[in-house]
Design a protein around this ligand. Sequence first.
Ligand code: ADP
Length: 488
Amino acid sequence: MTENHLATSHLGAFDYDPAPESASIARLRDAYGLFIDGDFTDAASHASFASVNPATGADLANVAQANSPDVDRAVAAARHAYDTVWSKTTGAQRAKYLFRIARLIQERSRELAVVETLDNGKPIRESRDIDVPLAAAHFFYYAGWADKLEHAGYGANPRPVGVAGQIIPWNFPLLMAAWKLAPALAAGNTCVLKPAETTPLSALILAEILQQAELPAGVVNILTGDGATGAALVEHPGVDKIAFTGSTEVGRLIQRRVAGSAKRLTLELGGKGANIVFDDAPIDEMIEGIIDGIFFNQGHVCCAGSRLLVQETIADEVLRRLVRRVEQLRVGDPLDKNTDVGAINSAAQLAKITELVAAGEAEGATRYSSSCELPSAGYWFAPTVFANVSSSHRIAREEIFGPVLSVLTFRTPDEAVAKANDTNYGLACGVWSEKGSRTLWVAERLRAGVIWANTYNRFDPTSPFGGVRESGFGREGGRHGLEAYLDV
Ligand code: ADP
């Protein structure tokens, strides 16, 4: 592609020297047990599996595989801690623990960032500047609520739910653990958390932090394992509430399992976010917003702006600039501080991305992929933009969960809204325009839980996040995030 060659030769003059963060900062142990009742313990079956660095394919550490007997033990520990300690602890005391956890995350932030990058494949710049600080911020924020629950708008004496089973995905391992644990603990619940099987390590460092913070034993239990571990947790009769973040397929399965039981449920599932750009938006900021909306965290983001809806009058210029910008993204070693796009998290995810991109080509969309050189080991996918996409293409309908943007065009605000809403999902959208009245007109008509104006992927612990339709239900973050963990 001529455009690519031009961009590459221009870039040659600005080559960066490598600036790697040291992997040794991670100080990983060879093997980790399950974190039950305040201690690391072996799984009953003694089974374990390796967590792999997706950027190299190398094993990082061995973690225990929890099965039903381990889930029994963890739920019993959580119940005992709830009955004997946590439900008797005042809000001010709970706040003290949450503040401690937040400060310890800050103290160990460099180590956590390196562990997250090694285990997930995301650029160190993101784990260092976004995942870890936001995880600490969530604990700080909910620490503030712990002694003020009666002012949260859920009645004069809001009660906790009890034992929460929490299942999280691999795209923001530490941050998702914080999103789950901080509000649950602030509201007075005890927890059994299951990290994803490809990214268990930062949750295990968090377990060490909980020990350092002297959180009473059993208040948080962390079980490493696969989907079967998650299913055993969902089905356990001792669990009062399930909070799940992950794929829509598994969310559906969990909803069916929980139906008819007294368990409460919140689901944060997939998305196919539309980033809508009007011809009056400031173009430089908008291009950066589009790039960040889809290539942040390799596109492993449920609220990613994976569909770009661009007004026809500026479509050619936006596409030209996007292709040039994609070519400038630095893809490679996630530990390098200059890296923009890291590794794909697993072979399975890479296969899914590859399959959907092939479908995009087969259905007639025009593909522009970065000509960057991809490392030979590990799992990688070149940042890709598809033009000439129509709403019926699979790449416009299915969640790719990778660094792949589908560009569609529109002429009028009505058409933009119709196309944006033409999806089964409803998690997030972005609107870019200089006119506030137009942004509000569009935002009112979009069916999505989160709408960003002239920005994208902006997260804040004070702001509720969650979906509608097949993107799930319930909110995390802000005052609203407490509701899931209160008996209201
Ligand atoms: P993704 O497609 O993003 O990997 P999944 O929905 O498969 O997302 O996984 C998200 C989390 O759900 C992971 O922790 C995974 O182990 C867990 N999980 C997978 N299958 C089940 C299941 N049947 N019941 C409960 N949890 C599950």
